[in-house]
Design a protein around this ligand. Structure first.
Ligand code: SAM
Length: 238
């Protein structure tokens, strides 16, 4: 099996955009919730773990004045993202940077991206960090936002009980079948991943633990604008 970084998911990067929509229920809706939570006047937006740029593209469509600084540590994902951004004509408003956001959390000087972001966003990436690093990252994000800044993250969360873990699993199976494929068939396209930098395979935390970390990091208002079985969009404002 081809080795990939945690979060790249598929052995072949070109399979990501279709595969993730089969693997996860309501992927587009989840990303759209993030874009709706952003002020449309946002000018500087930081994205962590941009992957193939699906969230970036939605944001660039929704926020006409925004410049997106997009971090990802995978050169394959960044290259794929850059091609899509260029094809969509957004190359002047999007900068892809190859970096580990765990490094940035620990040592902000290592990355010359500045601060004063109107918003920070992320989807399906931060759950690869251990909880201690999630908190550090949330603190770094809080320190990098303007006074009115907001942060929105979409991620899988730890099921609240074993019974609910079964319910969430069944919902994903059913979703895949509705897409005309089984989870086993989708999973056959996955790559094998081990630890890379600060990320490893899923390091899920409960939704409650995430909200507590956000408060501890300095977010005054924390919210969960969307939850669908084990997936959630959560974040807030300083
Ligand atoms: C599942 S993909 C999600 C991509 C995109 N946000 C989306 O929702 O389609 C996760 C991405 O996070 C990146 N990633 C994971 N851990 C990272 C880290 N520590 N630093 C930078 N990028 C990371 C992976 O390379 C991958 O592109």
């Amino acid at each position: 099996m081809q080795n990939v970084f945690p979060g790249e998911v598929f052995a072949n990067t070109a399979d990501f955009d279709t595969g993730i929509r089969q693997l996860l229920p309501r992927y587009d809706e989840m990303l759209e919730v993030i874009t709706r939570c952003l002020p449309s006047t946002s000018r500087r937006i930081l994205e962590l773990g941009c992957g193939t740029s699906e969230l970036s593209l939605k944001i660039l469509n929704q926020c006409p004045h925004a410049q997106v600084i997009a971090l990802d540590y995978s050169p394959r994902m960044l290259q794929f993202a850059q091609e899509k951004i260029t094809a969509a004509g957004y190359q002047q408003r999007w900068t892809g940077i190859q970096a580990d956001f765990g490094d940035w959390a620990n040592n902000p000087e290592s990355l010359d991206i500045g601060s004063e972001f109107d918003a920070c966003v992320s989807s399906l990436a931060i759950h690869h960090l251990q909880d201690e690093m999630k908190l550090k990252l949330f603190e770094r994000i809080a320190a990098s936002l303007t006074q009115e800044g907001c942060f929105w993250n979409a991620d899988p969360t730890l099921p609240e009980s074993p019974a609910l873990a079964e319910v969430y699993k069944a919902a994903r199976e059913e979703w895949a079948v509705q897409q005309g494929i089984s989870l086993t068939e989708i999973r056959a396209k996955r790559g094998a991943s081990s630890t890379q930098g600060y990320s490893s395979q899923d390091q899920l935390a409960s939704l409650d633990a995430h909200l507590q970390m956000l408060s501890k990091a300095g977010f005054q208002t924390v919210a969960v604008p969307w939850k669908y079985y084990g997936l959630a969009v959560f974040g807030g404002w300083l």
